[in-house]
Design a protein around this ligand. Structure first.
Ligand code: FAD
Length: 339
């Protein structure tokens, strides 16, 4: 159900922001905030480009008082429709809250604003020998706030966990416009409700995250990739079970099914026959890497293994566009829904 804000409410909301360029109401400006990767579309009546927690608080208090629907937004890359303002109202965009406030390698945490891109954080951490484990394929252009709200993970989740496992503390603003903090800088916290884990993955429905303290992990010294092609999906599944039942946990484990392999082959990339591909990465100290790869390969061998490509050093991530072009052909068309 759409909700039309009165001129008076719009004026009150606009007045919460420091600069006029943080407030968008023109239809063509709002259009850019009306979709994500889900193919759903619905235009908000206004967009606030917040730069401080105080602005978020002031906006939410007014929206609460007047029953205005609110949708939080990072970079709009999620694939579920979670950042599409289906009820209209106000979009609160965190894209301008882009500061990395602190990196503390001694205590292994970083404090960031929600609009920092995952890729920018990784780039800042790399020279210090650390990384933040969540690695959605959208890392280069998705925000930490969006990653947290979606509990984003990626191939590395098999060893390092997803966003929920790598968040120490949060600052957020609730639906009444009140700011609250949860979590702590330490791995062991006192007893009590774990609001941090509750907020992560809640898709902006419990509050708007305005600051996050993230757990840092030392970068692995060495890494190798294996591509394992199996005759059938069942053979690949059995291999995953064997790999996970031995002590060396791969640092990435991705599965590609027959339909996706057919699309890859259609694009002219040569692959031997086989209906299921496992992409496996192993990380370790340089001196331990050979043995770790050997152990994973030994577990991978078995019924249906038709080809082993590698071990190689992991390829650099390819531009998303090429793969995306292949897979978006399977997606339904975009539709506009202004209610
Ligand atoms: C090509 C591609 C590959 C992907 N690969 C993976 C993958 O491998 N693994 C995986 O887990 N995901 C993957 N994703 C999805 C990924 O989780 C999202 O891209 C990303 O987390 C969304 O970040 P965003 O900044 O774009 O947030 P948005 O899309 O803008 O928002 C996502 C959700 O977060 C909420 N939100 C945003 N900011 C805040 C905030 N500050 N406080 C509260 N709520 C907020 C929004 O309301 C919405 O519910 C992929 C997406 C794409 C397009």
């Amino acid at each position: 159900m759409s909700h039309a804000m009165t001129p008076s409410v719009l004026q009150q909301l606009g007045a919460c922001l420091t600069h006029p360029d943080q407030w968008l109401t023109a239809a063509e400006d709002c259009l850019a905030y009306s979709f994500d990767n889900s193919k759903r579309m619905a235009r908000p009546q206004a967009v606030a480009l917040c730069t401080t927690t105080a602005e978020v608080c002031a906006l939410l208090a007014i929206c609460h008082a007047h029953g205005v629907p609110v949708t939080a937004r990072g970079r709009g890359t999620n694939t579920t429709g979670a950042s599409v303002p289906m009820a209209g109202g106000l979009v609160i965009s965190l894209e301008r809250m882009q500061r990395i406030l602190d990196i503390n390698t001694a205590d292994r945490y970083a404090v960031v604003e929600p609009g920092v891109l995952n890729g920018d954080l990784q780039a800042a951490l790399k020279p210090l020998g650390f990384f933040w484990p969540p690695d959605p394929t959208s890392a280069g252009f998705s925000s930490i706030g969006g990653n947290l709200a979606c509990n984003a993970g990626g191939p590395r989740a098999v060893k390092y966990g997803a966003s929920r496992d790598n968040t120490l503390a949060l600052m957020a603003v609730d639906g009444r416009g009140e700011v609250f903090s949860c979590g702590s800088l330490t791995s062991k916290n006192s007893v009590g409700y774990d609001l941090t884990r509750f907020l992560v993955g809640s898709e902006g429905t419990l509050g708007i995250i305005t600051q996050a303290t993230l757990k840092l992990v030392p970068l692995p010294v060495a890494k190798r990739a294996l591509r394992l092609l199996y005759a059938r999906i069942e053979d690949a599944a059995a291999a995953v079970a064997r790999i996970m039942a031995q002590p060396v946990t791969p640092c990435a484990l991705e599965f590609i099914d027959r339909e996706a392999l057919a699309l890859v082959r259609e694009r002219g990339i040569e692959l031997p026959g086989g209906d299921a591909l496992l992409l496996v990465e192993v990380d370790a100290e340089a001196s331990a890497l050979d043995a770790a790869c050997k152990a994973v390969l030994a577990a991978a061998e078995g019924l249906g293994l038709v080809n082993v490509l590698g071990p190689t050093t992991p390829p650099k991530p390819r531009p998303v566009g090429r793969t995306q072009g292949t897979f978006t052909r399977l997606a339904p068309p975009r539709t506009e829904k202004n209610q």
